[in-house]
Design a binder for this molecule. Structure first.
Ligand SMILES: [Zn+2]
Length: 232
């Protein structure tokens, strides 16, 4: 089974927060998208791995993604390693995505954005994508070269390379976020997470001239054929 795009996060809810609106938009356009979490999120203040796994399934259903795969690589203990690269490269070879969405791979001084697991996830993903192309590596499946990795969870000071307009899918995105009740609607937590996440989408939207957006960083220049594709 080939997937057009796989969005990968460190914890259940990362993908939803950073890329959920984009997944909804792509799924509506007929693209096939999958979700991968590198840990079960057992160190989150709210919920348990079982509760969080159930919430992730509900959110994936709302977003329209039919693949969820969760590694158990240890919440707060996530580090880049040869073994993890090999394992994730096997998944990349199996599902053969054209695009991967991944957390930004360097640390910043923000709060959520620079959770060390997010940074480690970004590094593991970049390296696994490289290993997936190498024929002699001890990885099951045929070598596969993804076309692009776009990064979400941008630390302060890193501007998005582009913003995806999610205005049309905003309500559905919020619905997906609300599936993560133990994280975002937990009475034991005082912060208004949904307000914060809405504000994040507004902030990206303002930068790009739309109501709500999700921002991504790409390390290489994007190649285009028609300059007017940029002003549609
Ligand atoms: Zn996270």
């Amino acid at each position: 089974m080939v997937y057009d795009l796989i969005s990968i996060g460190a914890h259940p809810d990362d993908v939803e927060v950073g890329t959920g609106g984009v997944l909804i938009a792509l799924n509506k356009r007929g693209y096939k998208t999958g979700i991968v979490y590198l840990t079960a999120g057992e160190m989150g203040t709210g919920g348990t791995p079982e509760i969080r796994a159930g919430e992730a399934v509900s959110a994936a259903h709302v977003m329209g993604s039919d693949l969820i795969y969760t590694y158990d690589w240890g919440d707060t203990r996530l580090f880049d390693s040869y073994e993890k690269r090999i394992e994730l490269a096997g998944l990349i070879r199996k599902y053969r995505p054209t695009i991967i969405l991944a957390p930004y791979p360097q640390t910043g001084h923000g709060k959520r954005q620079s959770h060390p697991d997010h940074v480690a996830a970004g590094q593991i993903i970049i390296n696994a994508a490289n290993y997936a192309t190498l024929k002699k590596m001890p990885i099951p499946g045929e070598p596969h070269l993804i076309k692009r990795i776009f990064h979400y969870f941008l630390p302060p000071g890193v501007s998005p390379s582009f913003v995806v307009d999610i205005t049309e899918h905003f309500e559905q995105w919020i619905e997906a976020l609300k599936c993560h009740q133990s994280q975002f609607l937990n009475p034991e937590k005082s912060r208004d997470y949904i307000w914060t996440l809405e504000s994040m989408a507004r902030a990206f939207g303002i930068q790009a001239g739309c109501r709500y957006g999700q921002g991504f960083y790409h390390i290489e220049p994007l190649r285009i054929a028609d300059l007017f594709d940029l002003v549609k």
